[in-house]
Write a protein that binds this ligand. Sequence first.
Ligand SMILES: [Zn+2]
Ligand SMILES: [Zn+2]
Length: 356
Amino acid sequence: MNIPKTMRALVAYGPGKYALEQVPVPEVGPEDILLKVEGCGICAGDVKASHPVARFWGGDGMPGFCEPPFIPGHEFIGTIAAMGGAVSDEFHIGDRVASEQIVPCGKCRYCREGKYWLCGPHNVYGFKSFLNGGMAEYVRLPRGSRNYVIPKDLPLEKALLVEPFACSLHGVRQGRVTADDVVVLAGAGTLGLGMIGPLRRCNPRKLIVLDMVDKRLEKAREFGADLVINPGKEDAVKKVLDLTEGYGCDVYLEVTGHPSAVQQGLDMICKGGRFVEFSVMSGPSTIDFSIIGDAKEITMRGSQLSPYCFEPVIRSIVDGSTPTDGVVSHMYPLEQWEEAFRMAEDRSAFKIALIP
Ligand SMILES: [Zn+2]
Ligand SMILES: [Zn+2]
């Protein structure tokens, strides 16, 4: 493959300081893979990082996660254009590949214990200058990256969902859902929608989906929700309690990103229920913790990234048991990144992707 010396890339210098530039194509070391990017989804994290948020850029006594300049984007798909001699022989030039968003260090305690997704340094594509992301014509997958081959005939709008839906699958696994459970999924954005297929495969007694946006609820119904509720229009807690003889749901998956959804979950979950905290919150939640112990003996589980989820997710997107239709709602050429980032914050849209 003929690889140019320079490429178009979106480069982030600071919050609000993003520019489309011509930059050098990454060099390929002996253990690196160079992907020619087909497309890259915009994650909520990418959008948050484009604003002056303390978690990303520092402030409020916190060190920032971002190390500019960097090329954003971890939800990329591409084909192998070049690779070093020491790359595993399971990969070949021309293979279509997706990569887990974290590149584990392999050395910290978490990595040594096989919990690579909790890796201490936590290097994720698209936030640091030494680990650029996929909003560019090419992206380098370094040593330690976790890469997976995707069928070439899988439509791009489905392939782009491999990374986000792998995170969804991990969230569902954390709920340990059985056929006896009434499950409430709070939040039907892209990641929530990605949970519906895996939840259906657990065959729960009832799957109830909550969201403030009716369009998302329609999609959730299309994908297999038994019942949808808009908490902006109906008393969702009362409705779930009424449906369960006053006991409440067995599993509550919090995927809204809104602090108030935590109290809502604690109010509608049954005693002994399982609460999965998945979202990245817009701010802290204030709750009475005694409800977790003394009142209800709730099991709380967190969910981070997508450990051991890529292969099953690729299979289930290919065989259709994870519905995907219409989730990638807009694709923009890289040149229109500003419009694309703006659309990614529009609640009427689902997943937005950039095509370099
Ligand atoms: Zn993401
Ligand atoms: Zn590590």
